[in-house]
Design a protein. Structure first.
Length: 85
């Protein structure tokens, strides 16, 4: 399973509790109310554990967590994986 699919599944099941509709790669997670500040904290723990990465303070930018695609790009970059355009 790709990183974006793992992240989507986690947000859908653990953060939304199965209550959110299908999340597209480019849906604005915070703006659309899919995830809130507490959800970001939970998501950070998941990302660090699942993908063995450390998200640094200077990476905690809104643009890095705006969409599934942005989060996945950050994780893949941290793991040295180039994403296809």
């Amino acid at each position: 399973m790709s990183s974006i699919d793992n992240i989507r599944q986690f947000i859908t099941s653990e953060i939304c509790g199965g209550q959110c509709e299908s999340i597209a790669d480019t849906d604005l997670l915070i703006d659309q109310g899919i995830i809130d500040s507490m959800g970001i904290i939970v998501l950070l723990g998941f990302l660090e554990e699942k993908f063995a990465v450390t998200i640094e303070g200077d990476e905690l930018l809104p643009e890095n967590f705006a969409t599934l695609a942005a989060i996945s790009t950050l994780v893949d970059k941290k793991n040295g994986i180039a994403r296809e355009a």
